[in-house]
Design a protein around this ligand. Sequence first.
Ligand code: NAD
Length: 301
Amino acid sequence: MTAQIIDGKALSRQLREGFKTRVAALVEQGVTPGLAVILVGDNPASRVYVGNKVKACEECGVRSFHIALPDDTPQAEVLATIARLNADPAVHGILIQLPLPPHIDGRSVLEAISVHKDVDGFHLYNVGGLVVGNTIFPPCTPYGVQLLLDTTGTEVAGKNVVVVGASNIVGKPMALMLLQREATVTICHARTRDLAQHTILADILIVAAGRPGLIVPQMVKHGAIVIDVGINRLPDGKIVGDVDFNGVKEKASWITPVPGGVGPMTVTMLIENTLRSAERALRLRHADDYQEWEAPILKGA
Ligand code: NAD
């Protein structure tokens, strides 16, 4: 069997086309969606990620506010920047590029972002919402994976899903989202003994470990759907995922490539969350009773 390719680039393009209509409708009613991206320090990979996000905003008609702060910016100043953006009606989404320099407490910074502008979905409120299946902004990477899975037409309920990687930004929220869709979910991580014993049972295998070549064909069930979230730069500069793509594609039914799989979807879902926030701002503007609108949005409307 040679797997069918799940094309994240194509799905992203299609979704971004749809965004243009939504942006036009918002602009017509006086709301230009805006995303603020804060970068503290000079991490070269972070600079590339921020650049991609700003470019995607431009492409979709979303206004971007790129705030670059020096590496030694005191935490209080980062918090003050967030407070200013929280209060700015032109800003519908606030994203702080991770990782932050070591003198800054990442949790305090993430908690400072208004839950209604937390388009990365990392605020505790949104994380808690995921646990009870009721979040405002699903975190972008798992959200994108979910849509990629949907393109295969596979019913997730009842499937054995194995998520390799248990980070707060990918593995854990991914597992929670698929649990919500009634899959039987196993989470593996660096301390898991005999990883293959788990992965071989997966109908859907999602890998987000950051280890090139971690998943080889012997670890994959015939006909499994394999989603490779990993992004690794090899010494020769080549970008690869965590899955031995050429080997595993001969066993899987569907597989995502790297690049061109999950990567483009992450940025696309960030724009989706920003548009949802801007659409909410518009509803709020038209609502006579603020309370009436507060309740549904907190339920993820
Ligand atoms: P992380 O380092 O925070 O977490 C990695 C997780 O993998 C940990 O839970 C760790 O225990 C587990 N792990 C490490 N080695 C393992 C092994 N040998 N066996 C089993 N589990 C192992 O990383 P992260 O931020 O979750 O990112 C994971 C990968 O996904 C990275 O390659 C990252 O670049 C990529 N990523 C891609 C996107 C995207 O848009 N495609 C977004 C975020 C992260």
